[in-house]
Design a protein around this ligand. Structure first.
Ligand code: HEC
Ligand code: HEC
Length: 302
């Protein structure tokens, strides 16, 4: 924040602290004596009378102590605008310190795993238990704790890959993330809604789902013209650009007539965020093994 804002914030906070210090005096202004009285404030609940007595001494001094504490805190820690505090504590600093400690403690384990080929790790139960913890902390919020995904978040257990299932492709996905780009109406913005419906019937036919075969016949050439560049002439997809196979009846966004129409009318832009800010190379190696394991692949059999 600007120096001016910082000054205002600091001023307001000190004002609040001062006010808290001052508050007991305003409240007791009209009662010079701190001796108990039998003066009622006029409230009566179930026969219990509220008397206008001063607060107990211990409470009063305890209260003032909290005000003093807050001043001490504001000197040591950040709180007054841009003033960093004498201790130089920051949230980021604390996070990084804890992370450095964790790296030191667990780094050896991960680097030992990083020496082994992924398919061998995928068959190693201890390694997979460690992989599962990493997955739960970093991936499960989007892909589900069992890796089965949700609408828009791919299922990782089906050995069906939008971006490729080789070790290299998965590592690339984890490190750098992936950004799918399906433009609305493919590469032909002039396609009409009825034409998109015809294409949808064609896709349903490719997946042996119920469709109108006349419409599907109309849809086929439209598909080739507006969609084949990315999804391929046979609609089997292209992992280089993350264009899914449209013939396997596995759907990221849903395979009903309506869900497919939404994909065509509005386009789809799925985004998997890159993880290299959060995970080391060694952790990504272990997670790659874990992802392969989820998809059913490991050393002792496919
Ligand atoms: C520029 C490349 C490109 C073109 C052209 C394109 N798509 Fe896509 N399509 C993609 C990508 C990439 C995705 C995945 C989007 C994501 O990851 O969010 C996708 C997703 C889809 C989906 C969702 C699949 C699912 O599993 O839910 C459907 C359906 C689809 N495309 C059909 C079509 C049709 C039909 C056309 C032609 C009208 C077309 N696409 C044109 C790249 C393209
Ligand atoms: C913020 C949500 C989010 C997080 C966190 C996340 N992912 Fe993803 N992931 C996605 C989305 C969305 C896609 C699909 C991208 C697209 O539509 O092209 C995806 C795609 C993938 C793919 C590609 C699947 C394929 O078929 O090619 C893999 C593998 C993957 N994620 C693994 C992971 C792992 C492992 C982690 C944890 C380190 C993780 N993801 C964390 C949202 C997330």
């Amino acid at each position: 924040m600007s120096d001016f804002m910082s000054l205002i914030v600091a001023f307001l906070i000190l004002g609040v602290v001062l006010f808290c210090w001052w508050l007991p005096w305003i409240v007791r202004r009209n009662q010079p004596s701190d001796q108990p009285t039998d003066k009622s404030v006029g409230h009566n609940f179930d026969g219990i009378e509220e008397l206008d007595n001063p607060v107990p001494k211990w409470w009063y001094y305890g209260y003032l102590a909290t005000v003093v504490f807050s001043l001490g805190y504001l000197v040591l820690y950040p709180g007054l605008g841009n003033y960093p505090g004498l201790l130089g504590w920051t949230q980021v600093g604390q996070y990084e310190e804890e992370r450095a400690q964790a790296d030191e403690k667990y780094g050896v384990i991960f680097s030992a795993y990083a020496q082994q080929p992924v398919l061998q790790l995928a068959a190693d139960e201890d390694a997979m238990a460690a992989g599962q913890r990493l997955f739960a902390n970093n991936c499960a919020q989007c892909h589900g704790s069992a890796g089965r995904g949700f609408v828009g978040f791919p299922n990782l257990t089906d050995d069906n890959w939008q971006w490729g299932g080789s070790e290299q492709a998965i590592k690339h996905t984890l490190k750098h993330g992936r950004r799918g780009n399906m433009p609305a109406r493919g590469i032909n913005p002039n396609l009409t809604d009825p034409q998109l419906e015809d294409i949808t019937h064609y896709l349903l036919q490719l997946n042996n789902r119920e469709q109108d075969s006349d419409a599907a016949e109309q849809g086929q050439p439209l598909y080739v013209q507006a969609c084949a560049a990315c999804h391929g002439p046979q609609a089997t997809g292209n992992t280089a650009m993350g264009a899914p196979d449209l013939t396997d009846d596995i759907w990221l966004y849903g395979g009903s007539f309506d869900a497919i129409m939404v994909s065509l009318l509005e386009g789809r832009q799925g985004h998997m965020p890159g993880q290299q800010k959060f995970l080391s190379e060694d952790q990504i190696h272990l997670l790659t093994a874990y992802v392969l394991r989820l998809s059913g692949r490991h050393e002792n059999g496919e």
